[in-house]
Design a protein. Structure first.
Ligand SMILES: CC(C)(COP(=O)(O)OP(=O)(O)OC[C@H]1O[C@@H](n2cnc3c(N)ncnc32)[C@H](O)[C@@H]1OP(=O)(O)O)[C@@H](O)C(=O)NCCC(=O)NCCS
Length: 176
């Protein structure tokens, strides 16, 4: 938020908080699919998976900032394989990149057949969360300490996605 457009009740951002690693906020959440999560054929609804993805990413964001954070965007999501009633949905979420107030969180979803142990990769998703202060104003997030080649690769890919998102948003607003 620029100083010109900041509402009067939103204080100017405070100094930079201390950096944190992605490992400090990463989560693995599980959910067993029950009949009410699925269609009559036993396939879990896409919206149910999306809710778990949003929840897991929100936990990562709140852990990183130790404060409020809201979903600003969810990138395109493809359902690669079906998930069935009785299976375990395993949601792995961690930070890829932290901007000033925004954070990109990568989520990998797997389905585990509890009887056979078979694990299938069913979805990947990228979400942007924005850290908020107690007045609901965007606030500075702790910087992300990048660790290892994986952290560096995820950062570079996230920066490319952020650029594409910004271009798409600018085109939607008529290039303003
Ligand atoms: C997300 C929200 C706080 C952003 O507010 P805003 O006034 O646009 O804030 P700013 O322009 O200062 O942008 C703040 C940051 O968000 C990023 N951002 C804003 N909209 C975005 C979007 N649609 N996708 C990705 N990032 C976005 C900006 O790039 C900026 O990042 P940076 O600080 O790291 O550089 C506001 O749009 C909002 O409250 N949306 C509703 C959120 C919600 O209800 N979510 C669902 C329930 S959790």
């Amino acid at each position: 938020m620029t100083d010109q457009k900041r509402p009067a009740h939103c204080a100017a951002p405070a100094g930079a908080p201390a950096g944190k690693t992605a490992a400090e906020s990463a989560v693995i959440m599980t959910h067993q699919v029950l009949p009410h999560d699925a269609n009559p054929a036993g396939n879990v609804h896409g919206g149910v998976i999306l809710k778990h993805i949003d929840t897991a990413a929100g936990v990562v964001a709140m852990r990183h900032v130790r404060g409020w954070a809201v979903t600003a965007s969810i990138d395109r999501m493809d359902f690669l394989k079906p998930v069935f009633v009785g299976e375990l949905v395993v949601i792995k979420a961690s930070l890829n990149m932290v901007g000033r107030t925004s954070m990109e969180i990568g989520v990998r979803v797997e389905a585990e057949n509890l009887l056979t142990g078979e694990v299938r990769h069913t979805n990947s998703a990228y979400l942007t969360f924005v850290a908020l202060d107690d007045h609901g104003c965007p606030r500075q997030a702790p910087p992300l300490i990048i660790e290892g080649e994986t952290g560096q690769r995820r950062l570079q890919e996230a920066l490319r996605r952020r650029e594409l998102r910004r271009q798409a948003m600018s085109e939607e607003r008529g290039g303003e």
